[in-house]
Design a protein around this ligand. Sequence first.
Ligand SMILES: [Zn+2]
Length: 420
Amino acid sequence: MKQLLQLGLLAALIVGLTVAVQQAQAPAPSIAITLSKQSAEHWQVAYQSPQPVHQLVFIRNPDQSRQQRWLPLDSAFEMSLTAANEERIRRRDGALFEQVSLQLTPTYVALDKDYAPFSPFTDGGMAWFTGRFKVCPEHCDNSAAINYDFTMQALASDAIRIPAQQFTGTANWVEAADDGQVVYVGPQQQTDPFLDSVIDPGLPYALQTSLRYDLPPMLQYFAERLQPLAAPPILFASFSPTDDGRYGQQGGVIGRQLFVHWYGHSMHERMTEANFINDTLWFFAHEVGHLYQSNIYSNDDAWIHEGVAEFMAYDYLRASSGRDDYLQQRLAQAEQQCQTVASGGSAFAKHYSCGLLLAVTMHERLLQQHAAGLYRLWQAYKAVHEGGAPVDATTYLQVYQQLTDAASAAAIHQQLQQLR
Ligand SMILES: [Zn+2]
């Protein structure tokens, strides 16, 4: 459970990262990045810079594992660190260069506060994250001005899937420097007209079925209470075994891509754990909940969006009957976790556990005057944000007060004070 909780936090932090925007600056240099898959185990990346550079510096540096996992094909090059501990590629002799190619290690690793670079599927498919590959010529001070011309060269039999598009064999697309997206390369074509998904056939059949059939009603449920999504989400559910006994799951959302990767020992064994399906549904409802939050996130007040996502999971599971014991357990657990915050408990406990309890309290108070409860608050919060109000606890509580009364808002404010 602990591990799931930590991974939930990771997903939360990742959601918080999705706010970078590209500034309009001209002219935009364009860096060509070509990934090629020669076989399931052999992947390479090639960079082409528009002008000679001394180094290509990576934008995202959650750790330094590229130094072990990426190998320059030409030994004249090396992967090393800048003075600011960013990973970079350069020539050992310090000379200028325009292109470089590296051999990759296309296996699953969980990165600290960032998306996994590669999420393998047991049928040979792969979901990879484009943000991992973005570099800047010399330094990243002006990364927002850079364009990335991506090319994916896969096997002739592979489908290449990015949002709203599917290719065979080779694909090209352009991205800005912000986050990135997940690209699927593998045998699964899009065939389900109701849900754009890539589900690992190595997952237990009951779990595959749950993913296929439980997600559409979940989307419907939230669409009825908040605004329907402009385009349906895309689900990636993958699995890879480990040989060191570690197991768990990691997931999150990027744009409208929703993904989860399970890793570790037998899924069939894990599925027999009493709460596996409920925990999985909760996890998905939480992440799907974020999709409906219209990108209104405050890193300083993460208890708002995380608490509301937890509430949405709670509310959805409550609406689908027969889970009362499980939901009581979740609330009791949240109470327990939240109590640790006053004595220095984790950010997870504050944002998720206390966030859930606060959201439930607010929902119940809102229901006295508004049939949509907390969803009504979110709609109003979104409206004032669109009118120029900052995304933070002050705005949120002001909106709450307008929908309820001063005493109710003061009570929430006081509970928050105890968490600081
Ligand atoms: Zn979250």
